[in-house]
Design a binder for this molecule. Structure first.
Ligand code: FAQ
Length: 311
């Protein structure tokens, strides 16, 4: 009966066991997961653009090989995540349509421009750093296919974070111009990185529900604090200043205090009005349209194979 199904689901969540695709789940649980996993997948694919732009302009063969590998990993992450969404009954083609016509979101962070090669390092350090902070707890998410995809993604994100930090260490040992480029990139990416964790808890419409379902394991503000605490010592080691005059250690709390991100800017960017929103979607749309023949060929090949097997 429906009541027994619901009880079985609740017990599974309560015992920290995983919900699998074949299990009964409430409609809201399925919808929330599709929304979050699709947004995450879209972010990985759109997130290839800001760094991808620098592949042809990498300063050395070594940097180019590293960047190529990183951007390819992001494509891979997008694919695991679309596959995880498909286990919930979502259709990948439809999810892409929803991204292109603005019915589904992708992370605000990818709507900012990359102005120099230092941005590649800062994206690795701060953006991948924030992504790891947010995603490590998702390895314990209650939905099996999502949690398992997250394990592999987090391992690769750690490599991305280290490559960013290593690039920045190299630039900080370089010329004054290189050090300035790093500081300038840090100034531009710091606040948008804090916004990756989502709105403040008081304005987050999904957190309470998603935590009760153990899809999310921490609130947006908890993870934002964890990221700040982790990053300040790294900034000191690197020799850069984080652009927040309110940033200071609070011995009573045992955490760093920090300033309030500009939430109006955040709302504008997720509403489609950030510096690069139009460009990101235009590039994604063009890639989708130019790839139509590949999808058609694959479908027609699969149909021929099936016909042959049937004979
Ligand atoms: N940008 O109620 P909440 C990466 C939306 S890392 C845009 O708090 P929730 C790696 C939210 O969807 C980036 N929209 O929502 C990489 C909701 O809108 P809706 C991707 C945002 O879901 C690195 C509304 O605001 N990571 O790609 C943002 O409980 C370098 C209300 O918010 C993930 O997606 C935002 N920053 O918590 C790749 C991680 N924040 O749907 C390439 C998985 C919130 O009601 C290069 N996702 N919104 O219209 C999550 O952990 C959660 O979904 C949160 C938001 C924490 C992002």
């Amino acid at each position: 009966t429906p009541r027994e199904l619901q009880e079985h689901f609740d017990r599974t969540i309560e015992r920290e066991q995983r919900i699998e695709p074949r299990d009964w789940m409430p409609d809201g649980y399925r919808k929330t997961l599709i929304r979050q996993i699709a947004q995450h997948a879209h972010s990985e694919i759109i997130g290839m653009q800001p760094e991808g732009k620098w592949i042809t302009r990498a300063p050395s063969l070594r940097r180019k090989a590293i960047l190529l590998a990183k951007v390819q990993d992001e494509a891979g992450h997008g694919l695991y995540l679309y596959s995880a969404a498909e286990t919930l009954g979502a259709d990948r083609g439809e999810l892409t349509e929803m991204l292109l016509d603005g019915r589904q979101k992708y992370s605000s962070i990818f709507n900012y421009p990359t102005l120099s090669y230092a941005d590649v390092g800062v994206i690795g350090w701060l953006v991948d750093g924030a992504a790891i902070c947010n995603q490590v707890p998702l390895c314990r998410s209650s939905y099996g296919p999502y949690a398992r995809a997250m394990i592999r993604i987090c391992k690769e994100e750690s490599f991305h974070q280290r490559q960013g930090y290593e690039l920045l260490l190299t630039m900080m040992r370089g010329t004054p111009e290189q050090r300035e480029a790093v500081q300038d990139a840090v100034n531009r990416w710091w606040w948008p990185s804090l916004m990756m964790f989502g709105p403040p808890d008081s304005e987050s419409r999904h957190t309470a529900r998603s935590m009760a379902w153990k899809i999310k394991r921490h609130t947006n503000d908890e993870l934002r604090q964890r990221f700040v605490d982790m990053t300040v010592p790294q900034a000191e080691a690197l020799g850069v200043t984080l652009p927040d005059p309110e940033l200071r250690w609070n011995p009573e709390r045992g955490h760093y205090d920090f300033g309030e991100p500009d939430w109006d800017e955040f709302r504008r960017v997720i509403a489609g009005d950030g510096p690069c929103n139009a460009e990101r979607i235009a590039v994604r749309r063009a890639a989708h349209e130019e790839g139509a023949w590949v999808r058609e060929a694959a479908v027609s090949y699969a149909a021929k194979q099936a016909e042959r097997a049937g004979r």
